[in-house]
Design a binder for this molecule. Structure first.
Ligand SMILES: [Zn+2]
Length: 425
């Protein structure tokens, strides 16, 4: 039988992806994609899916908006009431963002760093780790990893192996281990976390990254073992078609907030399990572990490098900034947020809990998401913390002049080599 049905809408609800199909005039039905293809296979017939745009008429006289008053009256009333479409300078009492800043100034973070000496710093850092664990909903059950290598490939002397392992009960992680094909001794390893793009394929240089974040491959070329994860909500861990939903990881992260969880908590737990996995690679990985991430990967790195004490060196790119100047002031994806974090800690406080372990910050001079005034204010605080420990040389920074939300490894790669001993042992 030859049938043509119009697809009126493609969407997603709690049961997954659906098509709204017009089977007859006035008869529209919601059909699951799987059902449609099953029906097609069983009928042995041929389905033609035709996606049509149904234009909305703008000047429809039956439209309630047009019926309730004329445009002339509307313009006059707006003028008389001084009603505008956009208000750029409302008074402080009417300004939503003034309220945020005011609340922060009246209630500064309760666990902000103020330790006078190294001993009290360590006591304070314990409290911070405990609070972060709670706020991020980080700790989970450590199930057996049961790691499997599903595929491998070699390019330019680098062996790439795709690995799946159990991250938590019912949850799997997937990433690519990259290392020099021929190794004579075990090597330091670096966990490479991508930002908002396509997933591990960015860090592995298999897909272009606007920020040049190819450290998963670049560090393997320099002689490290790297592990490029797909962070939850991206790559193989999306669970939705990007063509239907442009930012599935955003919906995922908001859903987690509804459940009392956070994307950063899940992502930090993945890092912990990745270290468990790396530690199981006898003869390939030594005990020196680093982490590197830009943007969304920088966010996950900030929390991971504090929550997991096995991380010896951390490179945070395109995320370090005071919350007041960054996350609080500028529109960011919700997956960079931890509910209530600013009631307790600012980002520099979070990283201070890691001191005096090696930490490196990368920031673009014109980063519109994490402005320079917030970056430098935060860095000054962090420098004070490292100074107090007498370990100023364990903190480093690459301030990229003339660039925006951007990564480069010019300084960070040699720094990692120095800190986690690529050429030692
Ligand atoms: Zn996001």
């Amino acid at each position: 039988m030859d049938m043509t049905h119009h697809v009126r809408r493609v969407g997603i609800d709690g049961d997954g992806m659906f098509l709204e199909i017009q089977f007859a005039p006035g008869m529209i039905d919601r059909v699951r994609v799987e059902e449609l293809f099953e029906a097609n296979i069983h009928s042995g017939g041929e389905f033609i899916l035709q996606v049509k745009q149904f234009p909305v008429k703008n000047n429809d006289t039956t439209d309630p908006f047009n019926r309730c008053m004329t445009n002339e009256d509307r313009t006059r009333v707006k003028h008389e009431l001084d009603i505008k479409s956009h208000y750029y300078n409302p008074s402080k009492e009417l300004n939503a963002f003034s309220y945020l800043i005011h609340q922060h100034e009246v209630n500064p973070p309760l666990l902000a760093w103020d330790a006078p000496d190294a001993d009290s710093h360590l006591e304070w850092a314990k409290k911070v780790k405990h609070k972060l664990d709670e706020l991020l909903h980080y700790s989970r059950q450590r199930v057996p990893l049961n790691a499997t290598i599903s595929n491998h490939s070699v390019v330019d002397g680098i062996l790439l192996q795709k690995v799946y392992f159990n991250s938590a009960p019912g949850l799997k992680a997937v990433g690519v281990l990259a290392r020099p094909e021929n190794i004579k001794k075990s090597l330091p390893a670096v966990i490479a976390l991508h930002g908002h793009n396509q997933g591990k394929i960015n860090t592995l240089c298999l897909h272009p990254s606007k920020s040049n974040s190819y450290y998963g491959f670049a560090l393997a070329k320099r002689g490290f073992v790297t592990f490029s994860l797909d962070q939850w909500g991206w790559g193989e861990r999306t669970g939705r078609y990007k063509k239907v939903e442009s930012k599935p990881e955003e919906t995922f992260s908001r859903g987690l907030f509804l459940l009392g969880e956070t994307a950063l908590g899940l992502r930090a737990w993945d890092v912990t399990r990745s270290i468990d996995f790396l530690e199981s690679l006898d003869g390939i990985v030594n005990e020196r572990i680093g982490i590197i991430g830009h943007s969304g990967g920088g966010a996950a790195s900030v929390y991971s490098c504090v929550l997991d004490e096995r991380i010896d060196a951390a490179v945070i790119s395109g995320h370090f900034c005071t919350i007041k100047h960054g996350l609080l002031a500028i529109s960011h994806c919700s997956c960079a947020h931890v509910p209530q974090i600013f009631k307790w800690l600012d980002i520099p406080d979070v990283l201070a809990a890691r001191a005096p372990k090696p930490t490196f910050i990368i920031s673009g001079e014109h980063d519109h998401l994490f402005p320079m005034n917030g970056v430098m204010k935060g860095y000054k605080k962090l420098a004070k913390v490292y100074d107090m420990h007498g370990c100023s040389d364990e903190l480093g920074m690459d301030l990229i002049r003339g660039k925006g939300h951007f990564f480069r490894g010019t300084m960070a790669y040699p720094w990692l080599e120095e800190k986690i001993g690529l050429h030692g042992n």
